[in-house]
Design a protein around this ligand. Structure first.
Ligand code: ZN
Length: 102
């Protein structure tokens, strides 16, 4: 990838991160509300959100953002080959090429 593509990916990943963070915040607000108004509903803890797919994706996106800022940006974590820009745009949480992911 050239530096322009890495820049595009970083912007893209940052957008995804803020989307996921607002999702988690919303769930958090709903927990606060249900605590004061409805005690029959089990509260959704922040911890369970972090363990959910949303939380996992968020962690992986943040890691990949750091990865894109490093010298290894865009190179497969397994075989070291260059991962195509299109793949990273389609699957921004991955750090493996198509061959290694299978
Ligand atoms: Zn690979």
């Amino acid at each position: 990838m050239n530096s322009d593509e890495i820049k595009q990916l970083k912007t893209f990943i940052r957008q995804r991160i803020s989307e996921l963070e607002s999702l988690i915040n919303e769930a958090d607000n709903q927990t606060a509300q249900s605590d004061s108004t409805n005690h029959t509903m089990p509260p959704i803890s922040v911890e369970s959100m972090v363990n959910s797919n949303t939380g996992k994706s968020l962690i992986r996106l943040k890691r990949n953002l750091e990865w894109l800022a490093s010298e290894d940006a865009g190179y497969c974590g397994e075989c070291g080959c260059e991962i195509p820009f299109k793949r990273l745009k389609a699957v921004p949480v991955t750090r493996l090429c198509v061959g290694c992911a299978e």
